[in-house]
Design a protein around this ligand. Structure first.
Ligand SMILES: [Zn+2]
Length: 53
């Protein structure tokens, strides 16, 4: 498991290594936000903005 800090809720959470790939979507287990993997090394995640109108 890889630990990361959720940019939305600020909590530490973790994901499986297999889930880590550039552009992949990850669900924060703490707040339920959908995060997009921006960088893999080091791991950088951004909140996926679903409001696109
Ligand atoms: Zn979160």
């Amino acid at each position: 498991m890889i630990e990361f800090k959720c940019p939305v809720c600020g909590q530490m959470t973790s994901i499986h290594e297999e889930s880590v790939s550039l552009g992949a979507e990850v669900l924060c287990r703490e707040c339920g936000a959908i995060l997009l993997i921006d960088k893999v090394e080091p791991l950088v995640l951004t909140e996926l903005d679903l409001t696109d109108d």
